[in-house]
Ligand binder design. Structure first.
Ligand code: NAP
Length: 293
């Protein structure tokens, strides 16, 4: 069997078109969704993520409020900015690009964001609501994974899912979403990590594999059941002398071999990646919609 490729770019484009429509409807009602993006310092990767997020906002009509601060900004000054954005009615969502410079305590900053504007879904209030199944902003990458599965008509109810990775931003939340008693869940979930014994034995049982370990070739073809659905969250730089920049991007899955066994598989790049920003836009629109009620 050769797997069908889940085209994350296409799913993301479809969702962004739907969101653009919602933004137009909100504007007709006098509400322009606003996202404040906060970047501290000059990290080139962070700068390019922030630029991509701002561009995505503009494309669908979300007002983006750009806050670029020097690396020497104090924690106090950053907290003061967040307080101002929390109170600003034009702003429905606040995104602080991580990592922050070492002299700033990330936890203090994330806790300072009003949970009602926490469109990254990292505030403990939103994490707690997600776990107990209440309405919450869902973290963007794991929510993007769920949307890719649902929009590819993958049946989650009763499925055996193995998640590889237990980070707070991917592994734990995606596992949590998948066990919820809801149409977006109802799966049976196993979470593997570096202390798991015989990881291959767990992965071999999976109808759906979600790889979020951060190492190339963590999932090899011998670990994959025929017909499994494989979602590769990993983004890793692999040395490649044939490329001008000296490296290429690879996921956590041995894509070429695994695609011969899987029924559906996401590529890297072009799978989960485009969904992350899309879900940020989704949460910002959701936040703006709440101001109407
Ligand atoms: P992380 O914080 O480094 O967590 C990695 C997790 O994987 C840890 O729980 C670790 O276990 C586990 N792990 C590592 N190697 C393993 C192995 N060989 N076997 C089993 N478990 C293993 O990483 P993250 O932030 O979750 O990100 C994971 C990957 O997704 C990275 O490549 C990252 O770049 C990518 N990512 C992509 C997007 C996107 O938008 N596409 C967004 C976020 C992250 P321990 O807990 O035991 O250490």
């Amino acid at each position: 069997m050769t797997a069908r490729i889940i085209d994350g770019k296409q799913v993301a484009a479809d969702m962004r078109a739907e969101l653009k429509e919602k933004v137009a409807q909100l504007k007709d009602k006098g509400v322009t969704p606003g996202l404040a993006v906060v970047l501290v310092g000059e990290d080139p990767a962070s700068k390019s993520y922030v630029t991509a997020k701002e561009r995505a906002c503009e494309e669908i009509g979300i007002y983006s409020d750009d806050n670029r601060l020097p690396a020497e900004t104090t924690e106090g000054d950053l907290l003061a900015l967040i307080d101002k954005l929390n109170k600003d009615p034009k702003i429905n969502g606040i995104l602080v690009q991580l990592p922050l410079p070492k002299h700033i305590d990330e936890d203090n900053v994330l806790l300072a964001i009003d949970p009602a504007k926490d469109v990254d879904g990292f505030h403990p209030v939103n994490v707690g609501k997600m776990v107990v199944g209440q309405d919450a902003y869902l973290p963007c990458t794991p929510h993007g994974v769920i949307q890719l599965l649902l929009r590819s008509n993958v049946k989650l109810e009763g499925a055996e899912v193995v998640v590889v990775g237990r980070s707070n931003i991917v592994g734990k939340p995606v596992a949590n979403m998948l066990i919820q008693k809801a149409a977006t869940g109802n799966a049976t979930v196993t979470v593997c990590h570096t202390r798991t014994k015989n990881m291959a034995e767990h992965v071999k049982r999976a109808d759906i594999i979600i790889a979020a370990a951060g190492w190339p070739n963590t999932i090899t073809a011998d670990m994959v059941k025929d017909g499994a659905v494989v979602i590769d969250v990993g983004v890793n730089r692999v040395e490649d002398a044939t490329k001008k920049r000296g490296y290429r991007l690879a996921g956590d899955v041995d894509f070429e071999a695994v695609k011969e066994k899987a029924s559906l598989i996401t590529p890297v790049p072009g799978g989960v990646g485009p969904m992350t920003i899309t879900m940020l836009l989704y949460n910002t629109v959701q936040s703006a919609e709440k101001t109407l009620h």
